[in-house]
Design a protein around this ligand. Structure first.
Ligand code: ZN
Length: 654
C-alpha cells in the first residue's frame, strides 16, 4: 500500500482533545531480513507490557478497560444514539491514557453519558465478556464499577504534585499501597546509597506496600509482580537475542532478560551500560521500567518500549553535535565547578520509530535520552535519539490547520515557521537530548533526589536552556548545521510562543500547570519575559483583543537563556531545593486566567485537538514452512481495531 503525503493519510481521527495519527516506517523494506526479524521480535516484546502500564497508573484501570471493551463488543441496543457515541469516546480516551486519568493533566475524566446509561449498557450486553469476579452478579458488578468510573471523589488524580498534600496518599497511581508519603520517603532514605560511587536506582522497579504493619517492596520480575506479562516480554526478547546484529547487542538483550527474570537492579545497571555501549547496531530499542514522571516522588518507573532503527543520513547531523560535545560543555555559561571535565560518549542518532509500547503509546515523546542513572551517564555516557518520522507525521498532520496563522505575530513569522520550523525544532531536540541532559555534574555529596518533586521540571528546563543557548551560537554555522540565523530565530519565536501562549491550549480553564515539560517551558518563557522587561527584550502585545509574543532583541534573549541556564545548573549541582522550588512555583505553575481564556477561545475556533498520539504499524511475518522469509509492514489498522486487537492478543495480567 502506498501513501500520498497529504495530511489526511497522517491524521486518522479526532475525539475529545485528542487526534490520532499514523507514522510511516520509511526504510523498513530495505532492511536485511535478519534485521526485519529483529524488529518484529522486539515489537512483539514492546506490546506485551501494555497491561503493566494500565495497572501501574491505577489499580482499577484494567477492570475498566475490559468492561468498556466487553460493552463495545456485545452491546445489543441502539448504537446510533448520542449516549452510545459518548460511551465510545470514553472508551477511546481510556485506551489513549492507558487508564481513566488524562495522560497529560493526570486528572480523572468521566464519560459524558450518565451512570444510568452505563448501567443500561451493562444490562444489554453479554455477561460472558464482562470481567466479573467469581460468583459476582451483574448487579454487584454494576455497583462496584459505576462509582469507580463516575464518582469524582474516587481517585481524582493520578499524580499529585501539590506539595501541601500527601503526594503518595492523594495520588491514584499504583506504585504505593497503604503507605503515606512520610513512610515512603523514610523507606527510600533507608535504602538509598548516597555515598556509593555507583548507586543503584533503588525502588525503581517495585510497588511499595504496607502489610501487617510492615513496609516491603513487591518487585516487578518474571516470578513477581507483573510476572505474567514480563514472561511474555522475555519470550520475545529471547527470540530477538538469537538474531542480534552483533555480540554487544546480544549481550545487551541477554542482560535485559536476566534483569526481567530477577528484578535485580545491579543487573539493570549492567544492562544499561551494555546498552549505552551498543552503538554499532542498526536496530535499537528501549524496553523496561524507565521514566519516573508518573510517580509523585520521582522514584518508581513506568514501563515503556520503543523499537527503532537508525536513519543514517539524518544521523550525520547529530554525530557532528556529539563529536563536539566537549566544546559545548566548556563554553556553557555555567560555573566551572558544575561542568564535566570530560563529557563521555554522548552518542546521538536520528531514528525511525518502528513500534511504540507502554508509556510511549499512543502518546509518544519525540526524543529520548537514556539511561537515567546519573553515575552511568557520567562514567559511560548516554544514548540520545531524535524520532524524526514521528515529528514528520506531526508536521504533516498539522498542515493547513490554521494554527500558525492564528498565533504568530506577523506573516513573516508564519512563513518562517512553515519554511524552517520543522528543521529548527529537530535541531533543538538534538541539542536538548544529545547535549543538554548529558551536560553538567553534581557536586560531591549532592543527592540526585535532592530536588524531589521539582526535579523533572528543572531537569527539562536545563536541557531546553542548553539547546536554546547554543542553537544561536556561531559554532552552529561553523559546523554546517545552520546556514542562516533565521533558523534559530524561528526556534526562539516558536519556543516563547508555545511557552507563553499556545501550550495553554492543553490546560482546562481554572487549572494550573502540572506536567514537567509544560512547567519547564513556561518557567523559561515567563522568567525571560520578566527579566527582559527593562530592555523590552520580549513583549506580549495586544492586537484587536488577541495577544501575541514579540521578540525585540534576539541577542539579549540569548543572554537571558544563558543566565537562567547557569542558575538552574547551580541548583541541580548543589541540590538547592529551596531555590528550585521558588523558580518553578514563581514562573512555571500559575496560569494567567484572562490570557488562558483568550487562548482557549481562539484555539476552539480552529477545531484542532491539542494532544496527539499514534497507531502502530502492523508487522506480519511470512513463513516458508517453518522458515521466516520476510516481514511485511502495513498501515491498514485503525485506532479502535488496533486497541481491540491488542487487548485480545497482548493482555496477560489478571
Ligand atoms: Zn528532556
Amino acid at each position: 500500500m502506498t501513501y500520498t503525503n497529504d495530511s489526511h493519510s497522517f491524521l486518522l481521527e479526532q475525539f475529545a482533545d485528542i487526534k490520532i495519527m499514523r507514522y510511516l516506517v520509511s526504510g523498513f523494506e530495505s532492511l536485511l531480513l535478519k534485521q526485519k526479524e529483529l524488529v518484529y521480535y522486539l515489537s512483539q516484546a514492546a506490546l506485551c507490557g501494555r497491561d503493566i502500564i494500565f495497572d501501574q497508573f491505577y489499580e482499577h484501570n484494567l477492570l475498566i478497560r475490559r468492561t468498556n471493551e466487553a460493552l463495545l463488543e456485545s452491546f445489543t441496543g441502539d448504537r446510533q444514539t448520542t449516549d452510545f457515541e459518548q460511551f465510545v469516546v470514553y472508551t477511546k480516551r481510556v485506551w489513549f491514557s492507558n487508564g481513566i486519568h488524562h495522560h497529560y493533566s493526570t486528572d480523572k475524566f468521566m464519560p459524558e453519558c450518565s451512570p444510568g446509561y452505563f448501567e443500561e449498557l451493562i444490562q444489554q450486553s453479554g455477561t460472558d465478556l464482562l470481567p466479573l469476579q467469581t460468583g459476582e452478579t451483574i448487579i454487584n458488578f454494576t455497583e462496584r464499577i459505576i462509582p469507580i468510573i463516575f464518582d469524582r471523589a474516587i481517585a481524582p488524580k493520578r499524580t499529585v504534585l501539590d506539595s501541601s498534600k500527601d503526594l503518595v496518599k492523594e495520588s491514584a497511581t499504583n506504585f504505593y499501597k497503604n503507605v503515606s508519603q512520610q513512610e515512603a520517603e523514610d523507606y527510600i532514605k533507608s535504602i538509598i546509597q548516597p555515598d556509593a560511587e555507583k548507586p543503584l536506582s533503588v525502588g525503581l522497579n517495585s510497588r511499595l506496600i504496607k502489610e501487617n504493619g510492615k513496609i516491603k517492596e513487591q518487585v516487578y520480575h518474571a516470578q513477581g509482580l507483573y510476572g505474567k506479562a514480563i514472561q511474555q516480554i522475555i519470550f520475545w526478547l529471547e527470540k530477538a537475542r538469537n538474531v542480534a546484529e552483533n555480540k554487544q547487542q546480544e549481550k545487551t538483550i541477554e542482560l535485559l532478560i536476566k534483569y526481567y527474570k530477577t528484578g535485580d537492579l545491579q543487573v539493570w545497571d549492567d544492562y544499561n551500560i551494555a546498552w549505552v555501549n551498543d552503538t554499532q547496531s542498526k536496530i535499537d530499542f528501549v524496553n523496561g521500567f524507565i521514566e519516573v514522571y508518573g510517580d509523585p516522588l520521582g522514584i518508581k518507573a513506568t514501563w515503556e518500549s520503543v523499537v527503532n532503527f537508525k536513519d543514517e543520513e539524518a544521523t550525520k547531523r547529530t554525530q557532528i553535535i556529539s563529536k563536539n560535545a566537549q566544546w559545548f560543555e566548556d563554553q556553557a555559561p555555567t560555573d566551572k565547578r558544575f561542568k564535566k571535565n570530560q563529557v563521555k560518549g554522548v552518542s546521538a542518532k536520528v531514528i525511525t520509530v518502528a513500534q511504540l509500547g507502554g508509556d510511549c503509546y499512543p502518546a509518544t515523546p519525540i526524543g529520548i535520552n537514556l539511561p537515567n542513572a546519573d553515575w552511568i551517564r557520567k562514567v559511560h555516557g548516554s544514548k540520545s535519539v531524535t524520532m524524526e518520522n514521528i515529528t514528520y507525521a506531526y508536521d504533516k498532520a498539522a498542515e493547513g490547520n490554521g494554527f500558525l496563522e492564528e498565533f504568530c505575530c506577523s506573516d513573516e513569522e508564519v512563513s518562517l515557521a512553515k519554511k524552517l520550523g520543522p528543521m529548527a525544532s529537530n535541531l533543538h531536540t538534538d541539542l536538548h537530548e544529545c547535549l543538554g541532559h548529558g551536560s553538567g555534574q553534581l557536586l560531591p555529596g549532592t543527592s540526585p533526589e535532592a530536588l524531589k518533586n521539582y526535579h523533572s521540571a528543572l531537569e527539562e528546563s536545563r536541557a531546553d536552556l542548553f539547546a536554546l543557548y547554543f542553537i544561536s551560537d556561531k559554532k552552529m554555522e561553523e559546523l554546517g548545521l545552520i546556514d542562516t540565523p533565521e533558523v534559530w530565530k524561528t526556534e526562539y519565536n516558536a519556543y516563547l510562543r508555545n511557552g507563553l501562549l499556545t501550550q495553554l491550549t492543553r490546560i482546562e480553564p481554572g487549572k494550573n500547570l502540572e506536567q514537567a515539560h509544560m512547567r519547564n517551558r513556561q518557567l523559561i518563557s515567563r522568567w525571560c519575559l520578566e527579566k527582559g522587561k527593562p530592555d523590552k527584550v520580549v513583549e506580549l502585545m495586544k492586537k484587536e483583543g488577541r495577544t501575541f509574543v514579540v521578540i525585540n532583541d534576539y541577542q539579549k534573549l540569548r543572554e537571558l537563556f544563558g543566565r537562567l541556564l547557569s542558575e538552574i545548573q547551580r541548583i541541580k549541582s548543589e541540590g538547592d531545593f529551596g531555590a528550585g522550588k521558588q523558580l518553578v512555583e514563581t514562573y512555571g505553575v500559575q496560569v494567567d486566567a484572562e490570557l488562558h481564556h483568550e487562548i482557549l477561545e481562539r484555539f476552539k475556533k480552529l477545531k484542532i485537538a491539542p494532544y496527539g498520539g499514534f497507531v502502530n504499524p502492523v508487522f506480519t511475518p511470512a513463513y516458508h514452512g517453518k522458515t521466516l522469509v520476510d516481514v511485511e509492514v502495513s498501515y491498514n489498522e485503525d485506532y479502535t481495531q488496533q486497541m481491540m486487537r491488542y487487548s485480545k492478543e497482548y493482555s496477560f495480567l489478571d
